[in-house]
Write a protein that binds this ligand. Sequence first.
Ligand SMILES: [Zn+2]
Length: 294
Amino acid sequence: MSIWDYSGWGDENFLKNSIGKKLCIYCGSRLYKFPKKQIEKLNQHMYDTHKWRTSMDAKEYEGGLIFKDEFEDDWMYTFRIEGLTIRICPSCGWWWSERTEITNWPYEVEKVGVASILKNFDSLSTFEPIEEVTNYLMAKYEYRHHIEPEKFENVVASIYNGLGFKTRVTSYHKDNGIDIYMDGDDDKLIGVQVKRYKNKIKTEYIRSFGGALMINDCTEGVFITTSNYQKGCELTAKKFEERGKPIKLVNAENLFDALKISKINSFDNSIDKFINMKEIKYSHLKTIRRDSIP
Ligand SMILES: [Zn+2]
């Protein structure tokens, strides 16, 4: 299942506000435009499927498809697509697409478009794969408070995977104060604690985390929260650093930035996902021309 609805039934305003955008309307990232070669691959696939669906004899003509009229034994122009554009967000996966369709006899030339819409969820606790959960977080970051703490540890691990770290999530109930282990450069063992909290983190949390780093032989630590830190946390972290156990404090804003970089790093820019999306439906945007051309 996807977090996006592709059915094209969004209201007209949503389409109008989406199509042509260069920045993601959900997360603000710069959209990726599929290059011509990839678009041609998609067009080819569409023509092939179209040919397969109809029993009429079909052939390509001027970049479109023509069919042999059963009764007239004549080739008629029925379907052509021009200027297909797709832009996708590398961070959250939102996209829009626009194309010109030339259909029916006499020629009808119209612009059609589609933009994905974020679905609403009460819970993403059983949602797989984790990439979809992180996409959802990018698009709707306030949702971080609705993800179960246990699931959230996996989300954080996947963020750090995208940043190039090897991660290991510990057993949720007996973790000895370390939620995730990460392997850093030069044999560093980084301990991570994740607190999916709405309230600010108190200094005593940092103190006990520092203790957990000692017990578990970590060389350094990263404390992550979905909120922020009380005054004094930074000073406590500094004290641990002076004693050889640096602790990095990551707040909601820092985590969002890390998520964004991680998503862009692991963005898959192949158009194949569009080839397999059967449920995409383009909606009419405007009629350009309706007349007969010999
Ligand atoms: Zn986005």
